[in-house]
Design a binder for this molecule. Structure first.
Ligand SMILES: [Zn+2]
Length: 137
């Protein structure tokens, strides 16, 4: 009788150990999946930030390069050069700003910068998740 009870208990303990191992693996996979999702989202935000900053910084060197190439090719720049190149760069800058502001928080899926004019990227405007946080708290 005692042996049968002990065997049943050992079998039950084995099932518990298997259950715990499976649930631990499932939790680890969920954590890794969430971590991967956050990592991908922050990489996307960094890419959007880089684009937003690169466009205004690239204006002067690129405009000079275009002027040099046009001068070498045609001997002069077109009359509307400033309007088209400057306007194009400003349009690209606003498009990059709008693209950056469309970034969604990896935790709450709302717009990270909110709907106001704030460009603060330290915390989510909705759930206060710090930027570049590795795990949702
Ligand atoms: Zn959020």
């Amino acid at each position: 009788m005692a042996i049968a009870t002990e065997m049943a208990s050992a079998k039950c303990q084995g099932e518990i150990v298997v259950y715990l191992a499976v649930s631990l693996l499932a939790n680890a996979r969920t954590l890794r999946t969430n971590s991967d999702r956050f990592e991908r989202a922050w990489r996307d935000l960094r890419r959007r930030d880089l684009l937003f900053r690169a466009i205004p910084l690239s204006f002067v060197p690129c405009a000079v390069l275009i002027i040099v190439v046009l001068n070498a090719t045609y001997g002069d720049v077109p009359r509307e050069f400033g309007r088209w190149v400057g306007g194009g760069w400003i349009a690209a800058f606003f498009a990059a700003g709008a693209y950056r502001r469309r970034f969604r928080c990896p935790r709450c899926s709302e717009l990270f910068f909110g709907r106001g004019l704030s460009n603060n990227s330290a915390r989510c405007a909705h759930c206060q998740l710090p930027a570049h946080a590795t795990v949702a708290r």
